[in-house]
Design a protein around this ligand. Structure first.
Ligand SMILES: Nc1nc2c(c(=O)[nH]1)N[C@H]1C(S)=C(S)[C@@H](COP(=O)(O)O)O[C@H]1N2
Ligand SMILES: [Mo]
Length: 319
């Protein structure tokens, strides 16, 4: 989240999604997720291997914005994923061969159900939805992203936390062999994030596994990452391997790195400046170099759904 300024207008912005997919040889064999092969009534989420393309049985969510989504190109080439480098195009360049199978997610802490789950087993109880969300990075840029994912509230319900669980903590894979950024000291690894239980059981957060109906690209956090649309983008922890229900507030990477700049809450708030820049406006990626910045909305425009979570908090102090 150091401020870097890549060229605003990239030739890639005029390349279509289809060309991108061909170029990266994403679709090998054009396989389709095998929902039709499953018996029984509950279809559940079946996620094909990262290179096999399209996700099946995706329903549309009423929580989607009607704003125009960014191009697939913008979404998959302008990224923050420090494990793969600090530059915006580094994750796109360096995550191509990142191995997202086999993938294990460990669920632990104060919950009835815990254990280590193969990613495909982890996904099975849940339904896939497309959620088109506005996303706002703490660096004052934004995008609109058509995610495909599962409701985090449903996931929490499934694992059935006890009354001791007040927070949900997440961790990213910590694999030096695959993640060149881990050799640098930009952050204290592994990347960590957390939400309160009330936030995690709000209907808005999702664990995303896709973009534009296809398996999520590695650089966006394959095979599964958090999306919390009323918070700054850094809350959206990528490539999750651990989910823990905790009684105390978990450590979070950016807060550990600079507590005066990045709080635990990280709610999008145009009235509270980052110590080094204003949060009042944002630059929509892909809008073009001549486009005006737009006003940032309180809670990124999701206040109706989430403002009640913070009604007793001073948001200047609890940023
Ligand atoms: N593991 C991990 N997750 C991460 C980051 C990171 O560096 N490592 N960067 C965060 C930041 S600052 C942002 S803005 C979003 C960017 O998500 P996107 O690249 O899919 O748009 O990912 C977040 N999740
Ligand atoms: Mo960010």
């Amino acid at each position: 989240m150091l401020i870097k300024k890549p060229a605003d207008l990239k030739p890639s912005e005029i390349t279509s999604e289809k060309n991108y997919l061909n170029r990266r040889d994403f679709i090998r064999g054009g396989a389709i997720a095998g929902g039709a092969l499953l018996g029984g009534s509950a279809v559940g989420a079946v996620i094909p291997d990262a290179r096999l393309g399209k996700l099946a049985n995706v329903t549309k969510s009423p929580y989607s914005t009607s704003e125009k989504a960014n191009s697939f190109e913008d979404i998959s080439t302008y990224n923050n994923f420090y494990e793969f480098g600090l530059g915006k195009e580094d994750p796109f360049q360096n995550a191509e061969n990142f191995k997202t199978r086999p993938w294990t997610i460990e669920v632990s802490g104060h919950a009835e159900k815990t254990g280590s789950f193969d990613f495909d087993d982890f996904m099975k109880p849940f339904d896939l939805e497309e959620r088109i969300y506005r996303m706002r990075c703490v660096e004052a840029w934004s995008m609109v992203i058509p995610w495909v994912g599962i409701s985090l509230a449903e996931v929490v319900k499934h694992f059935n936390p006890t009354s001791k669980a007040k927070y949900v903590a997440f961790e990213t894979l910590n694999d030096r062999e695959q993640m060149p950024g881990l050799n640098g000291r930009s952050l204290d690894w592994p990347y960590r994030e957390g939400l309160s239980i009330a936030e995690a059981t709000n209907p808005l957060p999702i664990l995303a596994v896709g973009i534009y109906g296809n398996v999520i690209p590695n650089q966006n956090g394959a095979p599964i990452r958090l999306v919390t649309p009323w918070k700054y983008g850094f809350k959206g922890i990528k490539s999750i391997v651990k989910i823990k229900f905790t009684s105390t507030r978990p450590q979070t990477s950016w807060n550990m790195a600079a507590a005066n700049e990045y709080g635990f809450y990280a709610n999008v708030n145009p009235e509270v400046s980052h110590p080094r820049w204003s949060q009042a406006r944002e630059r929509r990626i892909g809008a073009g170099i001549f486009a005006d910045k737009q006003e940032t909305l309180m809670f990124n425009g999701y206040g109706e759904d989430v403002a009640h979570l913070y009604k007793d908090l001073d948001l200047r102090r609890n940023f």
